[in-house]
Design a protein around this ligand. Structure first.
Ligand code: GAR
Length: 221
């Protein structure tokens, strides 16, 4: 079976990386991780990759004077590893337009909100302040504008009346761990095709749906 060659870019704990590692451990999964890159040498996620023998690389953004030089160094490493799809997983550096355009439709990100709501940072705090009832996460193709791009898949998470930012973040993160492998699988199987600003999904039942809905909130007695 053909397996799409992935790179995962991280800056932190790498729990989404772990979810992808776990998915790729299944021989029927249509992708494998060839390279993990962190811009921070102390990112604990690096250990997750090393543990299972995946090649890791640290490219410190602080070693470069210009963003483009950092981005070029990333591209060189990704091309040497013959990477076909880059997954940003808690990678907390903004990538410049040269990089993003070079990897057009080969670069995806996971964001902890239901985009286009709550782009940027502190998504859970802002969702709670706004009083929305449903939070969630999104896997999307990356475009030059931050947290904008064709949406591959989303998962919805109910907001509880007594939620704190931390509790909500944990609940959303659990869904991220389901969603990212699901979205990458759709891409790897050729079932998610970019069509302008949208992604057309084929071959899933019910047709066209690329969403995971977390379990229903049980009604208070
Ligand atoms: C995840 O919640 C991810 O959605 C978020 O960072 C966390 C990384 O966790 N990404 C962003 O906020 C990107 N703007 P992880 O390192 O445990 O996967």
């Amino acid at each position: 079976m053909r397996q799409l060659k992935l790179a995962v870019l991280i800056s932190g704990s790498g729990t989404n990386l772990q979810a992808l590692i776990d998915a790729c451990a299944n021989p029927d999964y249509p992708a494998k991780i060839s390279l993990v890159i962190s811009n921070k040498e102390n990112a604990s996620g690096l250990g997750r990759a090393k543990e299972v023998g995946i090649q890791t690389l640290v490219i410190r953004h602080t070693d470069f004077n210009k963003r483009d030089e950092f981005d070029k160094s990333l591209t060189d490493a990704l091309e040497s590893a013959k990477v076909e799809l880059i997954c940003l997983a808690g990678f907390m550096r903004i990538l410049g337009p040269v990089f993003v355009n070079h990897w057009h439709d080969r670069l995806v990100n996971i964001h902890p909100s239901l985009l286009p709501a709550f782009k940027g940072l502190h998504t859970h705090k802002r969702a709670l302040e706004a009083g929305v009832r449903i939070a969630g996460c999104t896997v999307h193709y990356v475009r030059t504008e931050v947290d904008v791009g064709p949406i591959v898949a989303q998962a919805a998470v109910p907001i509880m009346p007594d939620d704190t930012e931390h509790r909500l973040a944990e609940r959303v993160l659990q869904q991220e761990h389901q969603l990212y492998p699901f979205a990458v699988e759709l891409i790897a199987r050729g079932q998610a095709r970019v069509d302008g600003a949208r992604v057309q999904i084929t071959g899933t039942e019910p047709s066209g749906i690329a969403a995971l809905i977390s379990p229903q909130v049980t009604k208070a007695e």
